[in-house]
Design a protein around this ligand. Structure first.
Ligand SMILES: CC(C)(COP(=O)(O)OP(=O)(O)OC[C@H]1O[C@@H](n2cnc3c(N)ncnc32)[C@H](O)[C@@H]1OP(=O)(O)O)[C@@H](O)C(=O)NCCC(=O)NCCS
Length: 231
């Protein structure tokens, strides 16, 4: 009889299966990291081996929903070789996410995209590397999501939309057909964008906004209908 400290037959089978999965290291230890942990638990697509903290080494040794924080991001190469598997930058600040992703790509890291099984992705939609797609997000035909984009729960990206690198769409955002979202854009909770409009790079759209005309790069718009509050 197996000792209670040793995995039983089922435990061993599970461990062997997990060992065959690609390894994943998460960069970032906040809420976006917890999304990734949930998604990977649902898909079984990867074996998460650790987290690299972006803030401070005081968090090293702690864990996030059972996943150990093994290092700060600068020490990642010492913990996880570029050939050891994939990484995902799970971070809500678009500019910092971009800076980190560019730096880690230059070292040679490859980026995983994680998609919750309850998300709908049209067979003709495309998603780039490093994206995080949460439950009930929908990507309709010919939507194109570039790299390192976060789609939160219940985001609707309708047909022919394009979402630029590093953008972040908060829960319940709805893009009508043919909308173009630039790079590093944030659309906050429940914002709606009418068809074929363009949201410029690094723009911010406030929670609950109704966007009825193009949004200039770098501006912040709020309200129904949306008006600029800062340029
Ligand atoms: C867009 C947002 C970031 C703007 O923040 P800000 O630039 O600091 O703007 P301020 O708070 O200074 O507000 C500027 C003006 O816009 C108004 N305003 C701010 N957010 C608004 C919103 N979402 N809807 C309507 N009006 C809004 C303010 O009342 C203020 O109006 P006033 O000039 O008439 O007094 C913020 O208000 C917002 O919508 N945050 C959403 C956060 C969220 O959804 N997080 C979820 C993450 S998962």
């Amino acid at each position: 009889m197996a000792s209670p400290l040793e995995p039983g037959r089922r435990g061993k089978a599970k461990a062997a299966k997990a060992a065959g999965l690609p390894a994943l290291f998460i960069v970032g230890s906040g809420s976006q990291a917890r999304y990734v942990i949930d998604i990977v638990a649902s898909t079984g697509s990867h074996r998460i081996v650790g987290i690299a903290d972006l803030e401070s080494d005081v968090n090293v040794g702690r864990s996030v929903n059972g996943v150990p924080i093994r290092c700060v991001v600068d020490d990642l190469p010492g913990q996880f070789a570029t050939s050891a598997g994939e990484i995902v930058v799970a971070y809500g600040d678009n500019r910092r996410k971009a800076e980190i992703a560019v730096r880690l790509a230059a070292i040679g890291y490859r980026f995983a995209t994680v998609i919750h099984p309850l998300a709908w992705v049209s067979p003709t939609a495309t998603i780039g590397p490093g994206c995080i797609v949460n439950p009930y997000a929908t990507l309709m035909p010919n939507a194109r999501v570039q790299s390192h984009v976060i789609l939160h729960s219940q985001v609707n990206v309708d047909h022919d939309c394009v979402i630029g690198d590093y953008s972040n769409l908060a829960p319940g955002v709805t893009l009508a057909g043919g909308v173009t979202v630039g790079q590093g854009v944030t659309l906050y909770t429940g914002a709606n964008v009418l068809p074929r409009l363009t949201i410029g790079d690094h723009a911010i759209v406030g929670a609950g906004a109704l966007v009825h005309r193009d949004v200039a790069a770098g501006s912040t718009v709020v309200g129904v209908p949306a008006r600029a509050v800062r340029r």
